[in-house]
Design a protein around this ligand. Structure first.
Ligand code: NDP
Length: 377
């Protein structure tokens, strides 16, 4: 502790002896709706325990649909197994649980093995869902999950990007097979492009030279065109599949909408040419919540296998599920693109730390146009 205090000189930590071991955070003590959010000053500060740990004083956090879902218990079965692999046999409680997956802030302490960061560095990160979140004064992560924040952005702006950036990289690069070198003139369709993942993905793909078609509501057309979308299809104006079928076929589809989208979307891919349909909306966590880890995973695996087999054998297109994955080096690349002016933050709404419940209410209304950010410090 004395090491942390000496390095940080942080007012929040030093000013009140009674708070030396605890921090301010929004937590939930049970799953439920908006009423379960509770502000407390009594959460133990997550200090550096391992050689590669980086402790961060959070300046800003942002919310994602996952926070709403996790507040209601979504994914708890699998996430608890990741939090404590023995949780199925031992009694284990994830509460009090801190939500919030993005952060921008300042490093206050580092483990002995940390080579890339030092106290005082401005950083950003996306926090894996099995770790305590960023609606708190402090977060401790491993250095591989952390990246230097773009210099051109404020903390509020920076906090809007990491989780959607890591998700987009996982979907477009790992599952979709795209990268800076291979994207030139590739035809990519993004459904649900007006939200957090979509607004980021348009910009990343345009920075890499792809041709980007999107679906969104009519009133989001100005936003997505401003971010670089080449063609915009209003899904509220008639049959969206019919409108898209009149266009040239696509190399990659990133589906942010799910549901029956995949019934028609896979038909829009170039057949027998390595084209890929990638969806971010999979039943894996719902299955493990309702059936347990083993049965749920098997059921989800079978579903994925059947759909992938059907698509590859019938039309030669790849069918894939994608998930957020922690990836500090990907954020380094995004940071360079941001500082080069190729990716802009899209902050739709901003709330003070005292109004986290109001920020959740904003998210619950849906129809996101970019991100909702919370100023933590
Ligand atoms: P957002 O809530 O930020 O954005 C969703 C957007 O989709 C909104 O702008 C909404 O606007 C638009 N939309 C809704 N229905 C349609 C439709 N039928 N056609 C076109 N647009 C539509 O979500 P995110 O961008 O953060 O995430 C997108 C999806 O990906 C979510 O379902 C999320 O849960 C999932 N996700 C999954 C991850 C994973 O690890 N698997 C990680 C991150 C996200 P409007 O309603 O006004 O049209």
């Amino acid at each position: 502790w004395s090491k942390t205090l000496a390095r940080t000189g942080c007012r929040n930590v030093c000013s009140s002896p009674s708070r030396l071991q605890s921090m301010s955070a929004w937590v939930i003590d049970q799953y439920g709706s908006s009423g379960v959010l509770r502000h407390t000053e009594e959460i133990p500060i997550p200090t550096v325990n391992f050689a590669h740990d980086v402790m961060i004083n959070v300046s800003a956090a942002s919310l994602n649909p996952l926070d709403l879902n996790m507040r209601g218990g979504y994914g708890a079965t699998l996430l608890n197994l990741r939090r404590d692999p023995l949780s199925v046999v031992n009694s284990f409680s994830e509460f009090p649980l801190i939500l919030g997956r993005d952060l921008s802030g300042v490093v206050v302490d580092c483990g002995s093995g940390v080579t890339h960061f030092a106290p005082g560095d401005e950083v950003w990160a996306a926090i894996p869902p099995w770790k305590q979140g960023s609606l708190a004064e402090y977060v401790t992560l491993t250095e591989y999950e952390v990246s230097c924040k773009p210099k051109s952005l404020s903390h509020i702006e920076a906090a809007s990007i990491p989780y959607v950036a890591n998700t987009a990289f996982s979907a477009l690069v790992n599952a979709g097979g795209l990268c800076r070198e291979s994207s030139l003139n590739k035809r990519v369709l993004i459904t649900g492009a007006s939200g957090g993942v979509g607004t980021f993905s348009i910009q990343l793909l345009k920075a890499w030279g792809a041709h980007v078609t999107v679906t969104c509501s009519q009133n989001a057309e100005g936003l997505v065109r401003g971010l670089g979308a080449d063609e915009v299809v209003d899904y509220t104006a008639g049959d969206v599949a019919e409108q898209l079928e009149m266009m040239e076929r696509f190399d990659v589809i990133l589906d942010n909408v799910g549901g029956d989208t995949e019934e028609w979307a896979t038909r829009l891919l170039k057949p027998w040419s390595g084209a890929k349909y990638v969806t971010l909306v999979s039943p894996l966590l719902l299955n493990t919540d309702s059936m347990g880890v083993l049965d749920g995973s098997l059921h989800a695996g079978l579903t994925l296998h059947n759909k992938a087999f059907q698509n590859i054998t019938c039309s030669g297109v790849f069918y894939r599920w994608a998930f957020y994955a922690p990836d500090g080096p990907a954020l380094d690349e995004v940071s360079r693109l941001v500082d080069a002016g190729k990716i802009l933050p899209v902050v739709e709404a901003q709330f003070p730390f005292s109004q986290v419940p109001q920020a959740f209410q904003k998210l619950e209304q849906g129809h996101a146009r970019g991100k909702t950010v919370v100023e933590v410090a």
